[in-house]
Design a protein around this ligand. Structure first.
Ligand code: SF4
Ligand code: MG
Length: 314
């Protein structure tokens, strides 16, 4: 609820705070048990920061984070520890996120050592079971990350994230670093695991095509704010926000009924330390008008769980 995450910018010889990067600027959303909420935006839109704040890997500057009705936004590390079991993250880069000096067995069992009292044999059995569930072989646990391909490493990251039977998993661009040919395999695996483990996903991606199949709802972020959030069908068939329309126009469609003219956005993403007044998208919006410069549009429901922040729909 109303999450903000501002990073101070230091300047001058005194290293005083001269401004803030408003990475997340007043975001409210809910994630329903068992669903996948896709979160899409360009780099710099604040989507990864939002994910880290929701898991309390970063403290919010403002706002409340309710996990199963418990406010976790101000808890200290000690109080967060039992809750961390239930919330995990799979990072974008399986090369950077796995410690290369640890064997696969050690990587998968590390959370179990920290958080459970399982015996060595129980941890080994658990690792074998998880490796099979992610499509690797039991013997793979004796190997090291560099012995695997990118896709296999991401399978190891997923096994590690699932070792504590979490309820909520944030997937931060888990397939972006992988070859296109294996992206679908990993996405399908994640969808299967979601059913098997009753997982709830917040699935971060930088374009709408990646989250199309896995999401139940999709949120589109721009400069730290939500531009539009809606059930999947509405976002892909009836996008309302001019930014969503532009993003979608670059997704190749096989369906002739949904062929769209490609919309090219002018200019670059403005700096999140100095966002435009009014609607932050106005400098690139093909439909910007006078009001857009003066008044910031609020996220408003236009029907059936479809919310949009744009003056065209008020
Ligand atoms: Fe474009 Fe104005 Fe809507 Fe912003 S509020 S998306 S500038 S039309
Ligand atoms: Mg990111």
């Amino acid at each position: 609820k109303n999450i903000k995450k501002y990073f101070p910018i230091k300047g001058g010889i005194l290293r005083k705070t001269v401004g803030y990067v408003k990475a997340v600027d007043d975001v409210s959303l809910n994630v329903l048990r068992g669903e996948t909420l896709g979160v899409v935006g360009e780099s710099g839109s604040g989507k990864s920061t939002l994910g880290r704040v929701l898991l309390r890997l970063l403290a919010p500057t403002e706002g409340e984070i309710l996990f199963e009705n418990q406010d976790i936004s101000t808890l200290g590390n000690r109080q967060l520890r039992p809750i961390r079991r239930d919330m995990q993250i799979v990072f974008q880069d399986p090369y950077a996120s796995l410690n290369s000096k640890m064997s696969v067995q050690e990587l998968i069992e590390e959370p179990l050592v920290v958080q459970t009292k399982l015996s060595r044999a129980e941890r080994r059995d658990k690792a074998i079971d998880l490796l099979e569930k992610v499509g690797l072989r039991p013997d793979d646990r004796l190997k090291y990350p560099h012995e695997f391909s990118g896709g296999q490493r991401q399978r190891i990251s997923i096994a590690r994230a699932l070792s504590l039977n979490p309820k909520f998993v944030i997937c931060d661009e888990p397939v972006s670093a992988l070859d296109v040919s294996i992206q679908a395999q990993v996405l399908n695996l994640m969808a299967d695991l979601q059913d098997e483990f009753n997982l709830t996903y917040l699935f971060i991606a930088h374009d709408l095509s990646v989250v199309k199949h896995i999401s139940d709802r999709v949120a589109v972020m721009y400069l730290g704010r939500i531009a539009e959030i809606a059930p999947k069908k509405s976002i892909y068939e009836k996008p309302l926000h001019p930014y969503t329309q532009a993003l979608l126009s670059s997704v190749p469609s096989t369906d002739v009924r949904h062929k769209r003219q490609k919309i090219i956005l002018k200019g670059d993403l403005p700096s999140p330390s100095n966002p435009p007044s009014g609607c932050s998208f106005r400098t690139r919006c093909p439909k910007a008008h006078e009001r857009c410069e003066l008044v910031r549009p609020e996220l408003t429901e236009v029907g059936n769980g479809h919310y949009v922040a744009c003056h065209l729909y008020e």
